[in-house]
Design a protein. Structure first.
Lengths: 218, 218
DNA sequence: AATAACCTTGACTGATTGGTCAGGTCTGCT
DNA sequence: AGCAGACCTGACCAATCAGTCAAGGTTATT
């Protein structure tokens, strides 16, 4: 009974193991996001997913290993979203889609975003290599794309780096500073507000680099 | 000798106490920023300012009290910078000055910004009341100012909230994600890069809300 | 049914950490 | 000089936490 816990359907051994690991990772993501790596305790994570602490150590040999897997999972999701920055599309289309996707991610993966932010803020002790390899490569290809747009006169000449940082900062702010935003908003953002915020962010950035990004005419 | 430590000039008792407290707060700011509240240890802070741990407890009764003072000091600096958003100036002047000031703050108070970000990310357990009073009031007055600009047709109609969040996010990103930026940049940003980033951020945002914010013509 | 492999868990441990305290030192004042 | 009050600190707790372990339970396979 203990193994076929709750409402989950029993599957093969491998499926059940995967399911349990996912539950632990989900709980760990929230706890790490809310307390930071140092402030999080294995007991708190165990409580959050209703498992005894010793069981966590059966699936993840150490707190650091568990944390590493949480961060790696976030990075994977980030990478998938990064693909929505299509290098072949027109700047207006590519940027609008990328910004929208990142806003959606901030809404759906608030805790993941916070863990990533926390990790980078603390000097990326775990994911330093990702920054130097995957992220750097991705960034350089996108910088090249933006440069081409500039050379073609499609957008105003701005250093692509500052533009990318602006997009990352603005979109991730809605996850990382969600608490502050919700205090100022007297509650969580509504569907309409998320849409409006996304449109506004797209509008300002696109218009800011010389595109007629707004919904209404110039 | 222990009391007239290092190169500091001896002053009155009160001055020396203030000086020591400042040293501790400076060290604590860095340690809290780099390790988070939970990951920071009093011993690490003590080492960072070259004082025995017991001495820290003489000046600050508990880790939480020390942390609170660090956060309060940051909030004060933030408030002073917030004054550079002059409510009487033209939108282009007010916004450009405010953004520039915030960029400068990100450069000069990286650790403070990180502590604030961390505090808010974890649900503002210490500064919740500041968010609900001071920050909310400040934000509401600036929203009113921006609304007036919109009504006067000075800037395009955008919800002032999303604009403010964009400014906060973008400027603070240069402090909170400094590590990531420096990895991608292969080193710290130069004076010229800071100036260029500031100009670009100002340019995109001002242009994005319908002002001719760039240095060059339209 | 027997067996081996896998999973679960309460109880335990060594190490770390926030905080305390007694006894010492220094400073300013009379 | 002598005293009171402020300051300093090594040594010391009690609590907490990551990680261990042995014993028991469950499942798949033959």
């Amino acid at each position: 009974m203990a193994q076929t816990e709750g409402a989950e359907k029993a599957g093969t051994r491998a499926e059940m193991r995967e399911e349990t690991e996912r539950q632990i990772l989900d709980a760990a993501e929230v706890v790490f996001a809310e307390a930071g790596f140092g402030g999080a305790t294995m007991q708190a994570i165990a409580d959050a997913c209703g498992l005894p602490k010793a069981n966590l150590h059966y699936y993840f040999s150490s707190k650091e290993k568990l944390y590493r897997q949480v961060v790696e999972r976030i990075f994977t999701i980030w990478l998938e979203a990064a693909d929505s920055f299509e290098t072949e599309a027109a700047p207006e289309v590519a940027l609008r889609r990328y910004i929208s996707r990142k806003m959606q991610l901030s809404r759906e993966h608030r805790y993941g975003s916070k863990v990533w932010a926390s990790e980078v803020m603390h000097g990326a002790p775990i994911v330093q290599d990702y920054l130097e390899t995957t992220l750097r490569t991705w960034t350089e290809t996108r910088i090249a794309v933006i440069r081409r747009w500039i050379d073609a006169g499609a957008i105003r000449p701005v250093d692509p780096r500052w533009l990318l940082y602006m997009i990352w900062a603005t979109t991730q702010h809605y996850a990382d500073f969600a608490h502050q935003i919700e205090v100022l908003n007297h509650g969580a953002l509504s569907d309409a507000q998320w849409t409006e915020a996304t449109d506004t962010v797209c509008g300002i950035i696109l218009r800011g680099i010389g595109l007629n990004g707004g919904r209404t005419g110039p």
